[in-house]
Write a new protein. Sequence first.
Lengths: 178, 229
Amino acid sequence: MAEAPVAKRISRRTFLGWWIASLMTATVVTAVLPILVFLWPAPPKGQRKGPLTVTLDTPIDQLLDGDAVKFNAPTSPNSAFVMADGGGDNAAGDLAFGGFVVKNQGKVNVFAINCSHLGCSIALNKSAKSFDCPCHGSRFHLDGTVLHGPAAAPLSHLTWTQGSDASTIQVDGIVLGF
Amino acid sequence: MAIPHPRDIQVAVVDWLDERYPFKKAVDEALYQRVPNFANAFYYCFGGMVFILVVFQLLTGILLSLYYIPDASGSPAPAYTSVLFIQNDVYLGWLIRGVHFWGANILIVMVVIHMARVYWTGSYRAPRELNWMVGVIMLLCIIFLSLTGYLLPWDTKAYFATEVTIKIGGSAPLLGGVITQVLQGGPVVGPPTLQRFFTIHVFVLPALITLLMYVHFRFIRAHGISEPM
Protein backbone atom coordinates (compact mmCIF):
# COMPACT_ATOMS: atom_id res chain seq x y z
CA MET A 1 0.00 0.00 0.00
CA ALA A 2 1.47 3.31 -1.07
CA GLU A 3 2.02 5.91 1.63
CA ALA A 4 0.13 9.14 1.28
CA PRO A 5 2.43 11.93 0.11
CA VAL A 6 3.26 14.30 2.96
CA ALA A 7 3.21 17.93 2.03
CA LYS A 8 6.78 19.10 2.66
CA ARG A 9 6.31 22.72 3.62
CA ILE A 10 9.79 23.49 4.88
CA SER A 11 12.89 21.54 3.96
CA ARG A 12 15.74 20.77 6.34
CA ARG A 13 17.98 23.03 4.25
CA THR A 14 15.59 25.99 4.50
CA PHE A 15 15.15 25.47 8.23
CA LEU A 16 18.91 25.45 8.79
CA GLY A 17 19.24 28.50 6.55
CA TRP A 18 16.82 30.43 8.69
CA TRP A 19 18.48 29.10 11.84
CA ILE A 20 21.86 30.46 10.73
CA ALA A 21 20.25 33.71 9.56
CA SER A 22 18.63 34.24 12.96
CA LEU A 23 21.90 33.48 14.77
CA MET A 24 23.68 36.05 12.63
CA THR A 25 20.89 38.57 13.22
CA ALA A 26 21.08 37.90 16.95
CA THR A 27 24.84 38.50 16.83
CA VAL A 28 24.38 41.85 15.10
CA VAL A 29 21.60 42.85 17.51
CA THR A 30 23.80 41.90 20.47
CA ALA A 31 26.51 44.19 19.13
CA VAL A 32 24.25 47.09 18.21
CA LEU A 33 21.86 47.04 21.18
CA PRO A 34 24.38 48.27 23.79
CA ILE A 35 25.19 51.17 21.46
CA LEU A 36 21.53 52.13 21.21
CA VAL A 37 21.24 51.89 25.00
CA PHE A 38 24.30 54.15 25.30
CA LEU A 39 22.77 56.68 22.91
CA TRP A 40 19.58 56.96 24.97
CA PRO A 41 19.98 60.20 26.96
CA ALA A 42 20.60 59.66 30.65
CA PRO A 43 18.94 62.24 32.91
CA PRO A 44 21.45 64.81 34.14
CA LYS A 45 22.22 64.84 37.85
CA GLY A 46 19.62 66.91 39.69
CA GLN A 47 16.89 66.49 37.10
CA ARG A 48 13.58 65.90 38.85
CA LYS A 49 9.91 66.45 38.18
CA GLY A 50 7.71 68.16 40.73
CA PRO A 51 5.97 71.38 41.71
CA LEU A 52 7.96 74.59 41.25
CA THR A 53 7.37 77.50 43.61
CA VAL A 54 6.67 80.73 41.75
CA THR A 55 6.38 84.19 43.32
CA LEU A 56 3.90 86.43 41.53
CA ASP A 57 4.39 90.18 41.07
CA THR A 58 0.72 90.68 41.89
CA PRO A 59 -0.82 88.41 44.57
CA ILE A 60 -3.83 86.50 43.31
CA ASP A 61 -6.20 88.13 45.81
CA GLN A 62 -5.21 91.59 44.49
CA LEU A 63 -5.58 90.57 40.87
CA LEU A 64 -8.42 92.52 39.25
CA ASP A 65 -11.00 90.77 37.14
CA GLY A 66 -9.84 90.81 33.52
CA ASP A 67 -6.22 91.26 34.51
CA ALA A 68 -3.35 88.79 34.32
CA VAL A 69 0.12 88.51 35.83
CA LYS A 70 3.04 87.02 33.95
CA PHE A 71 5.61 84.76 35.62
CA ASN A 72 8.74 82.97 34.50
CA ALA A 73 10.13 79.55 35.28
CA PRO A 74 12.82 79.63 38.02
CA THR A 75 16.33 79.92 36.58
CA SER A 76 18.33 78.75 39.59
CA PRO A 77 18.12 75.85 39.31
CA ASN A 78 17.14 76.00 35.64
CA SER A 79 13.53 74.82 35.43
CA ALA A 80 10.54 74.64 33.12
CA PHE A 81 6.81 74.14 33.53
CA VAL A 82 5.06 71.09 32.14
CA MET A 83 1.87 71.71 30.18
CA ALA A 84 -1.20 69.86 31.42
CA ASP A 85 -2.91 69.84 28.04
CA GLY A 86 -2.50 71.36 24.64
CA GLY A 87 -3.36 71.57 21.01
CA GLY A 88 -1.67 72.79 17.85
CA ASP A 89 2.01 73.37 18.58
CA ASN A 90 1.49 72.61 22.28
CA ALA A 91 0.89 69.19 23.77
CA ALA A 92 0.48 67.77 27.24
CA GLY A 93 3.96 67.20 28.65
CA ASP A 94 5.58 69.94 26.56
CA LEU A 95 7.74 72.42 28.41
CA ALA A 96 6.95 76.10 28.93
CA PHE A 97 9.34 78.68 30.37
CA GLY A 98 6.67 81.12 31.45
CA GLY A 99 2.99 81.52 32.08
CA PHE A 100 0.11 83.78 33.02
CA VAL A 101 -2.17 83.78 36.03
CA VAL A 102 -5.40 85.32 34.78
CA LYS A 103 -8.60 86.24 36.58
CA ASN A 104 -11.63 86.18 34.33
CA GLN A 105 -15.20 86.54 35.58
CA GLY A 106 -14.12 85.53 39.06
CA LYS A 107 -12.32 82.40 37.90
CA VAL A 108 -8.52 82.05 38.15
CA ASN A 109 -6.68 80.18 35.40
CA VAL A 110 -2.98 79.51 34.83
CA PHE A 111 -1.85 79.24 31.22
CA ALA A 112 1.47 78.40 29.61
CA ILE A 113 2.93 81.38 27.80
CA ASN A 114 3.26 79.58 24.46
CA CYS A 115 0.91 80.41 21.61
CA SER A 116 -0.73 77.26 20.27
CA HIS A 117 0.16 78.25 16.71
CA LEU A 118 3.97 78.07 16.73
CA GLY A 119 4.94 78.57 20.35
CA CYS A 120 5.76 82.30 20.56
CA SER A 121 5.26 84.03 23.91
CA ILE A 122 1.84 85.64 24.08
CA ALA A 123 1.37 89.02 25.77
CA LEU A 124 -1.56 90.45 27.69
CA ASN A 125 -3.54 93.10 25.83
CA LYS A 126 -5.08 94.92 28.81
CA SER A 127 -7.42 97.22 26.90
CA ALA A 128 -8.85 94.49 24.69
CA LYS A 129 -8.81 91.92 27.50
CA SER A 130 -7.09 89.35 25.32
CA PHE A 131 -3.78 87.56 24.94
CA ASP A 132 -2.07 88.61 21.70
CA CYS A 133 0.71 86.75 19.96
CA PRO A 134 3.36 89.06 18.43
CA CYS A 135 4.48 86.55 15.81
CA HIS A 136 1.48 85.92 13.55
CA GLY A 137 -1.30 87.85 15.21
CA SER A 138 -3.14 85.04 16.96
CA ARG A 139 -5.39 86.26 19.76
CA PHE A 140 -6.98 84.44 22.68
CA HIS A 141 -9.79 85.21 25.10
CA LEU A 142 -8.81 85.47 28.74
CA ASP A 143 -10.30 81.99 29.27
CA GLY A 144 -7.70 80.65 26.80
CA THR A 145 -10.01 80.02 23.86
CA VAL A 146 -9.17 81.32 20.40
CA LEU A 147 -10.34 84.82 19.52
CA HIS A 148 -8.47 85.15 16.24
CA GLY A 149 -6.30 82.84 14.10
CA PRO A 150 -3.99 81.54 12.80
CA ALA A 151 -3.97 79.64 16.11
CA ALA A 152 -6.66 76.97 16.05
CA ALA A 153 -6.27 75.45 19.53
CA PRO A 154 -6.78 77.04 22.95
CA LEU A 155 -3.91 77.92 25.29
CA SER A 156 -2.37 75.14 27.37
CA HIS A 157 -3.13 74.96 31.07
CA LEU A 158 -0.51 74.56 33.75
CA THR A 159 -1.37 72.42 36.78
CA TRP A 160 -1.07 74.58 39.87
CA THR A 161 -1.96 74.93 43.54
CA GLN A 162 -2.03 77.94 45.85
CA GLY A 163 1.25 78.40 47.72
CA SER A 164 1.79 79.41 51.33
CA ASP A 165 0.40 82.89 50.65
CA ALA A 166 -1.52 84.74 47.94
CA SER A 167 1.61 85.77 46.06
CA THR A 168 3.06 82.28 45.58
CA ILE A 169 1.78 79.37 43.54
CA GLN A 170 3.07 75.85 43.03
CA VAL A 171 3.20 74.91 39.33
CA ASP A 172 3.93 71.44 37.93
CA GLY A 173 7.32 71.46 36.31
CA ILE A 174 10.74 69.97 35.95
CA VAL A 175 14.16 70.97 37.28
CA LEU A 176 16.26 70.42 34.17
CA GLY A 177 19.53 69.63 35.93
CA PHE A 178 21.71 71.67 33.58
CA MET B 1 3.40 28.76 -0.20
CA ALA B 2 6.84 27.38 0.37
CA ILE B 3 9.05 29.34 2.71
CA PRO B 4 12.07 30.65 0.76
CA HIS B 5 15.60 29.92 1.84
CA PRO B 6 17.20 33.09 3.27
CA ARG B 7 19.88 32.84 0.61
CA ASP B 8 17.23 33.39 -2.07
CA ILE B 9 16.30 36.69 -0.42
CA GLN B 10 19.97 37.61 -0.15
CA VAL B 11 20.55 36.84 -3.83
CA ALA B 12 17.50 38.90 -4.81
CA VAL B 13 18.77 41.93 -2.85
CA VAL B 14 22.33 41.60 -4.18
CA ASP B 15 21.09 41.20 -7.76
CA TRP B 16 18.91 44.28 -7.42
CA LEU B 17 21.93 46.27 -6.26
CA ASP B 18 24.27 44.79 -8.84
CA GLU B 19 21.99 45.75 -11.71
CA ARG B 20 22.45 49.38 -10.65
CA TYR B 21 26.15 49.39 -9.91
CA PRO B 22 28.66 46.52 -10.32
CA PHE B 23 29.02 45.88 -6.61
CA LYS B 24 29.65 42.17 -7.14
CA LYS B 25 32.78 42.83 -9.16
CA ALA B 26 34.17 45.31 -6.64
CA VAL B 27 33.41 43.09 -3.64
CA ASP B 28 34.71 39.96 -5.36
CA GLU B 29 37.96 41.71 -6.18
CA ALA B 30 38.31 42.82 -2.59
CA LEU B 31 37.35 39.51 -0.98
CA TYR B 32 38.48 36.69 -3.24
CA GLN B 33 42.20 37.17 -3.16
CA ARG B 34 44.13 33.92 -2.95
CA VAL B 35 46.15 33.65 0.22
CA PRO B 36 49.38 31.60 0.05
CA ASN B 37 49.62 28.61 2.36
CA PHE B 38 52.45 30.04 4.43
CA ALA B 39 50.18 32.96 5.36
CA ASN B 40 47.58 30.66 6.86
CA ALA B 41 49.30 30.89 10.23
CA PHE B 42 47.82 32.61 13.25
CA TYR B 43 50.69 35.07 13.50
CA TYR B 44 49.69 36.52 10.12
CA CYS B 45 46.43 37.66 11.77
CA PHE B 46 47.93 40.20 14.16
CA GLY B 47 47.69 43.05 11.65
CA GLY B 48 44.01 42.26 11.12
CA MET B 49 43.49 42.28 14.87
CA VAL B 50 45.09 45.71 15.05
CA PHE B 51 42.71 46.89 12.32
CA ILE B 52 39.68 45.53 14.20
CA LEU B 53 40.87 47.21 17.40
CA VAL B 54 41.33 50.54 15.60
CA VAL B 55 37.79 50.26 14.25
CA PHE B 56 36.58 49.59 17.80
CA GLN B 57 38.49 52.65 19.01
CA LEU B 58 36.96 54.85 16.30
CA LEU B 59 33.47 53.60 17.06
CA THR B 60 33.66 53.86 20.85
CA GLY B 61 35.50 57.17 20.51
CA ILE B 62 32.66 58.65 18.47
CA LEU B 63 30.21 57.39 21.10
CA LEU B 64 32.23 58.88 23.97
CA SER B 65 32.44 62.23 22.19
CA LEU B 66 28.65 62.48 22.46
CA TYR B 67 29.01 63.04 26.21
CA TYR B 68 32.58 64.23 26.76
CA ILE B 69 33.13 67.98 27.25
CA PRO B 70 36.64 69.16 26.34
CA ASP B 71 36.67 72.00 28.87
CA ALA B 72 39.27 72.11 31.62
CA SER B 73 38.25 75.44 33.13
CA GLY B 74 36.98 75.64 36.70
CA SER B 75 37.04 73.10 39.47
CA PRO B 76 35.78 70.49 39.06
CA ALA B 77 36.28 70.97 35.33
CA PRO B 78 33.54 69.85 32.91
CA ALA B 79 36.10 67.52 31.31
CA TYR B 80 36.42 65.63 34.57
CA THR B 81 32.75 65.70 35.54
CA SER B 82 31.66 64.64 32.05
CA VAL B 83 33.90 61.57 32.28
CA LEU B 84 32.36 60.82 35.69
CA PHE B 85 28.94 61.28 34.09
CA ILE B 86 29.82 58.83 31.31
CA GLN B 87 31.17 56.35 33.84
CA ASN B 88 28.35 56.57 36.39
CA ASP B 89 25.19 57.91 34.76
CA VAL B 90 25.14 57.31 31.01
CA TYR B 91 23.48 53.99 30.24
CA LEU B 92 26.25 51.45 29.58
CA GLY B 93 28.72 54.36 29.63
CA TRP B 94 31.09 52.28 31.76
CA LEU B 95 31.00 49.63 29.04
CA ILE B 96 31.70 51.92 26.09
CA ARG B 97 34.44 53.75 28.00
CA GLY B 98 35.81 50.42 29.21
CA VAL B 99 36.02 49.11 25.65
CA HIS B 100 37.78 52.34 24.59
CA PHE B 101 40.21 52.13 27.53
CA TRP B 102 41.06 48.43 27.26
CA GLY B 103 41.00 48.56 23.48
CA ALA B 104 43.68 51.24 23.64
CA ASN B 105 45.82 49.11 25.94
CA ILE B 106 45.42 45.94 23.90
CA LEU B 107 46.00 47.94 20.71
CA ILE B 108 49.49 48.90 21.86
CA VAL B 109 50.25 45.25 22.66
CA MET B 110 48.91 44.04 19.30
CA VAL B 111 50.78 46.72 17.36
CA VAL B 112 54.03 45.62 19.00
CA ILE B 113 53.29 41.95 18.31
CA HIS B 114 52.34 42.74 14.68
CA MET B 115 55.54 44.69 14.24
CA ALA B 116 57.57 41.88 15.82
CA ARG B 117 56.00 39.41 13.38
CA VAL B 118 56.82 41.64 10.40
CA TYR B 119 60.38 41.91 11.68
CA TRP B 120 60.58 38.15 12.38
CA THR B 121 59.40 37.15 8.89
CA GLY B 122 61.52 39.89 7.32
CA SER B 123 58.45 41.39 5.64
CA TYR B 124 60.03 44.86 5.70
CA ARG B 125 62.52 43.91 2.94
CA ALA B 126 62.45 45.25 -0.61
CA PRO B 127 60.13 46.13 -2.21
CA ARG B 128 58.07 46.64 0.97
CA GLU B 129 60.17 49.29 2.74
CA LEU B 130 57.57 52.00 2.15
CA ASN B 131 54.91 49.92 3.88
CA TRP B 132 57.21 49.48 6.87
CA MET B 133 57.65 53.26 6.97
CA VAL B 134 53.89 53.81 6.78
CA GLY B 135 53.58 51.30 9.61
CA VAL B 136 56.11 53.16 11.73
CA ILE B 137 54.21 56.43 11.17
CA MET B 138 51.04 54.65 12.29
CA LEU B 139 52.88 53.38 15.36
CA LEU B 140 53.71 57.00 16.17
CA CYS B 141 50.05 57.90 15.58
CA ILE B 142 48.99 55.22 18.06
CA ILE B 143 51.53 56.40 20.62
CA PHE B 144 50.40 60.01 20.27
CA LEU B 145 46.76 58.94 20.41
CA SER B 146 47.53 57.20 23.71
CA LEU B 147 49.42 60.22 24.99
CA THR B 148 46.71 62.72 24.06
CA GLY B 149 43.87 60.45 25.16
CA TYR B 150 45.46 59.97 28.55
CA LEU B 151 44.99 63.65 29.40
CA LEU B 152 41.32 63.87 28.47
CA PRO B 153 39.79 62.56 31.77
CA TRP B 154 41.54 65.55 33.40
CA ASP B 155 42.10 63.77 36.71
CA THR B 156 45.25 63.95 38.79
CA LYS B 157 46.85 60.95 37.10
CA ALA B 158 46.12 62.37 33.63
CA TYR B 159 47.45 65.78 34.57
CA PHE B 160 50.75 64.67 36.02
CA ALA B 161 51.34 61.98 33.41
CA THR B 162 51.04 64.73 30.81
CA GLU B 163 53.38 66.94 32.83
CA VAL B 164 55.91 64.13 32.63
CA THR B 165 55.51 63.46 28.90
CA ILE B 166 55.66 67.15 28.04
CA LYS B 167 58.81 67.49 30.16
CA ILE B 168 60.30 64.59 28.19
CA GLY B 169 59.47 66.40 24.95
CA GLY B 170 60.88 69.60 26.44
CA SER B 171 64.18 67.91 27.18
CA ALA B 172 64.93 67.81 23.44
CA PRO B 173 68.07 69.81 22.62
CA LEU B 174 67.56 73.32 21.21
CA LEU B 175 63.85 72.87 20.37
CA GLY B 176 62.82 71.78 23.87
CA GLY B 177 61.35 75.12 24.88
CA VAL B 178 59.41 75.46 21.64
CA ILE B 179 58.00 71.93 21.91
CA THR B 180 56.86 72.56 25.48
CA GLN B 181 55.14 75.82 24.52
CA VAL B 182 53.43 74.37 21.46
CA LEU B 183 52.21 71.21 23.21
CA GLN B 184 51.05 73.03 26.34
CA GLY B 185 49.59 76.01 24.53
CA GLY B 186 50.97 78.16 27.34
CA PRO B 187 53.46 78.26 30.20
CA VAL B 188 51.79 75.44 32.20
CA VAL B 189 49.66 72.37 31.54
CA GLY B 190 46.19 73.93 31.63
CA PRO B 191 42.92 74.30 29.74
CA PRO B 192 44.68 75.18 26.45
CA THR B 193 46.65 71.94 26.72
CA LEU B 194 43.46 69.91 27.02
CA GLN B 195 41.95 71.76 24.06
CA ARG B 196 45.00 70.95 21.91
CA PHE B 197 45.22 67.35 23.00
CA PHE B 198 41.49 66.90 22.41
CA THR B 199 41.74 68.25 18.86
CA ILE B 200 44.76 66.06 18.10
CA HIS B 201 43.12 63.01 19.68
CA VAL B 202 39.71 63.39 18.08
CA PHE B 203 40.26 65.13 14.73
CA VAL B 204 43.85 64.98 13.55
CA LEU B 205 45.22 61.56 14.39
CA PRO B 206 42.11 59.43 13.68
CA ALA B 207 41.84 60.99 10.22
CA LEU B 208 45.56 60.48 9.62
CA ILE B 209 45.59 56.87 10.81
CA THR B 210 42.49 56.03 8.74
CA LEU B 211 44.19 57.40 5.63
CA LEU B 212 47.43 55.59 6.43
CA MET B 213 45.64 52.28 7.05
CA TYR B 214 44.12 52.57 3.59
CA VAL B 215 47.58 53.18 2.12
CA HIS B 216 48.95 50.29 4.19
CA PHE B 217 46.34 47.88 2.79
CA ARG B 218 46.73 49.08 -0.79
CA PHE B 219 50.45 48.41 -0.47
CA ILE B 220 49.76 44.90 0.84
CA ARG B 221 47.47 44.21 -2.10
CA ALA B 222 50.04 45.59 -4.53
CA HIS B 223 52.94 43.61 -3.08
CA GLY B 224 51.14 40.46 -2.00
CA ILE B 225 51.92 38.78 1.31
CA SER B 226 55.65 38.44 1.78
CA GLU B 227 57.22 35.00 1.93
CA PRO B 228 58.85 34.13 5.23
CA MET B 229 62.63 34.08 5.52
